[in-house]
Design a protein around this ligand. Structure first.
Ligand code: BES
Ligand code: ZN
Length: 971
């Protein structure tokens, strides 16, 4: 095979084809649109492929979502030319392309199915745009006119003769597509440069199933191949792809002078990891003496303002950390990272060219908070972790996605910790992942980590597996596994796994096998095999609550369900019994080693306590389970909290609060006991327990901020937070300095937030003064860490003047994180008319970017006044919202969860059920499960309020009146 781009016999020379295709674009795209509008119609074209009617389900291969196994791709050559200017007539942005794919026939077949979605192959007046040759003879192989099965997203070629096992073939195509602003496949992003000129960026998001929107391909993760990419682009723009650019040449096409950049062939890789980008971005890079070239790309003004510097400074450190962690060099010669103005997810691990939304990559000390900085460090670590785990070694099919995403979500903390060792990153997984997923995994509508390959078929089903279970439960159980094996053995197994399967694909049990070998070789003491232990965590949904009776040492486990009335219909082979590793300790003594609970109940010698001694289990919350104790032990733990709270490790202080509140919701302990865990908070200065309490009290706000409980609850919390507020006031010398610790900075924000939320006057004066100073002086002197909170409370306290000021600042913000803070704070206003106007803005992508639409609606729903407005809005606009944003994965379930979180009345439950019924035909996409979860949650909330409102009201009344010491003494 020659080095150049081979053009099949059916084609003229490359450049001309691209030009011809361009000329016929408008007509071609008109065809695409008519296909879209009426998928059932057969659209006649002169010679090109035709569309067949939507199939009724059949056994035909083209009606199956999975590709047949007869053909295996080896290498592709793909040349794409995205137009960064709209067509003057149609006003559409388009791209044209040609590609060929060489594949091997591994089973005789007379059928070629190749994924192709929304691409058009016909240009009237031109020759047929698809041809096939046998590689050994270069003889053309005839086929019937190609046609499209749009439901399964195939181009179908029915051949006149059979392809023969063991022989190679090459399929040539020539096509056009729309460079739409739909955030999927090959799409366009827009921004205004410093002169207010609109600039277009052509970029990609292939995962999970949109590579087929950019060029015809065997679009399944196991269909790994080599890719040779060429991009055609205007002078003054840069073209990027996974490989290094080998050369950029000047070409003339149709009288137009252009550039053509060719990229180094990629290693064998999956289609979902491809990326093609054309932009006028600039970059900064690391020292060229480093082995791997690291570059950070972004808008010119962002790079010039130094917004890429932090990212560049930590990327090398994290990359080296993972090379060492995996004991495997970074598999590519370069690592590009690029910040895009429009991007659906947070970031995407395209091999060698990682794409980010701007807030996840760009940092500036004046505008970015420490939380923004942490997000950048963790997301970079997450995506870099995928360069090996996911990219070099890839799970065979999307049903095992949890291992890919769960793994990256676990090791992102290790990578970020390497870059920022003083931040206590490794502790934060407990709040961000373990607690987050406990909330959904405690519902009967949860599901196991694993699913069967044939259960995940359609693109919508594939999108659905990108959920909190895959990410956060995956991360949590892998952290537990790594803990009981030890990190050393865990990484040893990981290293041999990566080594054996480099450039190949796996199933999750392959990892268990390697970990088992490492455990055996190092004589790790396990009660049963790694697989047997892990099966109980990955094959059944949910998690246990382990109850310890410290009077007898009896330990029992039980499936933890938030709603004690809910019935579990899903069967489990393990009857909801887990093999539980328990790390535990006794007053002041941290024991080494793990006690295994393998049955429903057991008696553990020594797990008893009396006097003032307590037992504490699940040390540092490395286990994926909750813990309950006998009343005596709870009392002794609460006593320890109020007398000497630092005797209990900080993560466990956070856990005691979280366990207590959730056990109370499940009616396992009393709500009063849960509330008592907050009594010591006036002496607590650490972030994690406070954050855990606030997360749980948020539920109280959601349930009670429209009821008579609200006032007394505010009084109590104001009392509890006042000392923290004063502590930070002193520490920062009247809010001038910044606390030195990362987590202390977070807790300062908590202090201000809760103080203002509970109406502490000094706090309200503080934030409104700061905000007014900015509004009137034009200089924003508010520290970046505090901006979100200050903006929100000032806008809530203000009216249209404050809102309009913040809105104009939002529109002119040059830094994405600043815009983000304002966008969230704009939802804090108490004015219904402004909130309704803001909701309308979410449908206008020139005001609120599409990527931000659903999260803006959720922000509005968080506001007690915005909640019903957001719900009405979502109900009325459902089909439009679904059509526009339904493809996105996380955002969609977040939307449904977000607007229904406060639901706690029969009436709201009826509305929710009605909504489900009314829109069954439209669908809920990746929000399907979220909708069921919301219904279950609402039912549980109704019950909970019925049972708890009176005692909660009384407790808050009692405890807000007395001073803290008196409260402790009456209990
Ligand atoms: N592979 C995902 C991005 C993705 C998600 C693509 C859903 C398609 C559908 C990426 O590795 C990822 O997980 N990104 C996260 C960030 C991470 C730190 C949790 C994201 O986008 O939020
Ligand atoms: Zn990921």
């Amino acid at each position: 095979m020659g080095k150049g781009f081979y053009v099949g016999k059916a084609f003229a020379i490359g450049g001309i084809i691209v030009a011809v295709a361009a000329l016929s674009t408008i007509i071609a795209l008109a065809v695409v649109y008519s296909q879209e509008r009426s998928k059932n119609l057969q659209v006649p074209t002169t010679e090109g492929p035709t569309i067949k009617p939507t199939p009724t389900p059949s056994n035909k291969p083209w009606d199956q979502y999975r590709l047949p196994k007869s053909l295996v791709p080896i290498s592709y050559r793909v040349k794409l030319w995205p137009r960064l200017k709209p067509d003057p007539v149609s006003k559409l942005y388009i791209f044209t392309g040609q590609s060929d794919v060489e594949f091997e026939c591994v089973e005789d077949t007379d059928l070629i199915l190749i994924h192709s979605n929304k691409l058009n192959y016909s240009s009237p007046g031109n020759r047929n745009q698809v041809s096939l040759v046998a590689v050994d003879s270069w003889a053309e192989i005839p086929f019937k006119s190609p046609w499209f099965q749009t439901v399964t997203q195939y181009m179908v070629l029915e051949l006149n003769e059979k392809l023969v096992k063991g022989r190679r073939y090459r399929l040539y195509t020539n096509f056009t597509g729309e460079l739409a602003d739909d955030l999927g496949g090959f799409y366009r992003s827009e921004y205004k440069d410093d002169d207010g000129v609109t600039k277009i960026v052509a970029t990609t998001q292939m995962q999970p199933t949109d590579a087929r929107k950019a060029f015809p391909c065997f679009d399944e993760p196991a269909m790994k191949a080599h890719f040779n990419i060429t991009l055609i682009h205007d002078h003054g723009t840069t073209a990027l792809s996974n490989g290094k650019a080998i050369e950029t040449t000047n070409i003339t096409t149709d009288g137009e002078s252009l550039q053509q950049t060719t990229f180094e062939q990629t290693p064998k890789m999956s289609t979902y990891l491809l990326a093609f980008i054309v932009s006028d971005f600039i970059f900064i890079s690391n020292n060229s003496t480093d082995q791997v070239e690291i570059r950070i790309f972004a808008r010119r003004s962002a790079i010039e303002a130094g917004q890429g510097n932090y990212t560049l400074s930590i990327t090398g450190t994290i990359l080296k950390f993972f090379e060492e962690y995996y004991k495997c060099p970074y598999p590519l010669p370069k690592s590009d990272q690029i910040a895009l103005p429009d991007f659906n997810a947070g970031a995407m691990e395209n091999w060698g060219l990682i794409t980010y939304r701007e807030t996840a990559l760009l940092y500036h000390p004046t505008f970015s908070s420490n939380s923004n900085k942490e997000r950048i460090a963790t997301i970079i670590a997450h995506e870099l972790a995928h360069m090996w785990f996911g990219n070099l070694v890839t799970l065979q099919w999307w049903n095992d996605l949890w291992l890919n995403e769960g793994f990256a979500s676990y090791v992102e903390y290790l990578g970020a910790d390497k870059a920022e060792p003083s931040w206590n990153m490794k502790d934060l997984i407990v709040l961000n992942d373990v607690h987050r997923v406990f909330a959904v995994d405690a519902l009967t509508s949860s599901h196991p980590l694993t699913s069967k390959e044939d259960e995940i078929q359609r693109p919508a089903q594939i999108s659905e597996v990108f959920d909190a279970i895959s990410y956060s439960k995956g991360a949590s159980v892998l952290r537990m596994l790594s803990d009981f094996l030890t990190e050393d053995i865990f990484t040893k197994g990981l290293q041999t796994y990566l080594n054996e399967f480099a450039f190949k694909t796996t199933v999750y049990t392959d990892l268990w096998n390697h970990l088992q070998k490492a455990a055996d070789a190092n004589e790790v003491n396990l009660p049963v095999s790694v697989e047997n232990i892990m099966n109980t965590w990955v094959l059944q949904m949910g998690f246990p609550v382990v109850t310890i009776d410290t009077t007898t040492g009896t330990v029992t486990q039980q499936h933890f369900l938030l709603d004690s009335n809910a019935r579990v219909t899903r069967k489990s082979d393990f009857n909801y019994v887990w093999i539980v590793p328990i790390r535990w300790g006794k007053t002041g003594v941290v024991r080494d080693g793990i006690t295994w609970l393998q049955d429903k109940t057991a008696t553990i010698p020594g797990m008893t306590a009396s006097g003032s001694d307590w037992i504490l289990a699940n040390l540092n919350v490395v286990g994926y389970y909750r813990v309950n104790y006998d009343q005596g032990n709870w009392d002794r733990l609460l006593n320890a909290l109020s007398t000497n709270h630092t005797a209990i490790p900080v993560i466990n202080r956070a856990q005691l609060v979280d366990d207590a509140f959730n056990l109370a919701r499940a009616k396992i302990i009393s709500t009063v006991l849960a509330l008592r865990t907050t009594l010591y908070l006036n002496r607590e200065r650490d972030y994690m327990p406070w954050e855990s309490a606030l997360d749980n009290l948020d539920f109280f706000y959601l349930m009670f901020d429209r009821s008579e409980v609200y006032g007394p609850m505010q009084d109590y919390l104001r009392k509890q937070v006042t000392e923290l507020f004063n502590y930070y006031k002193g520490l920062t010398e009247n809010w001038v300095n910044v606390p030195s610790g990362h987590l202390d900075q977070y807790n300062q924000v908590n202090a201000i937030n809760l103080a203002c939320r509970t109406g502490l006057e000094e706090c309200q004066t503080l934030v409104t003064t700061w905000f007014r100073d900015w509004r009137t002086s034009g200089t924003n002197r508010i520290h970046a860490n505090l901006r979100s909170t200050v903006y929100c409370h000032a806008i809530a306290a203000g009216g249209a003047t404050e809102w309009d000021f913040a809105w104009s600042e939002f529109l002119k913000a040059t830094m994405a994180t600043e815009a983000e803070k304002l966008r969230a704070a704009l939802a804090c206003t108490k004015q219904p008319w402004i909130l309704n106007r803001y909701l309308e803005h979410t449908l206008n992508s020139s005001l609120i970017r599409k990527q931000d639409a659903t999260s803006t609606i959720v922000y509005i729903a968080q506001n007690v006044i915005g909640q019903p407005l957001a719900w009405d809005f979502v109900r009325h606009q459902w089909s439009y919202i679904y059509k526009e944003y339904g493809g996105g994965s996380f955002s969609f379930s977040n939307l449904i969860n977000g607007v229904t979180k406060r639901f706690s009345t029969e009436f709201e439950l009826q509305q929710l059920k009605q909504f489900k019924e009314d829109n069954a035909a439209v669908g809920f996409g990746s929000g399907t499960l979220a909708l069921d979860q919301s219904i279950e949650r609402t039912q549980a909330n109704i019950e909970w309020i019925k049972e708890n409102q009176d005692q909660v009201l009384k407790w808050f009344k009692d405890n807000s009146r007395r001073d803290a010491a008196a409260v402790t003494s009456v209990l």
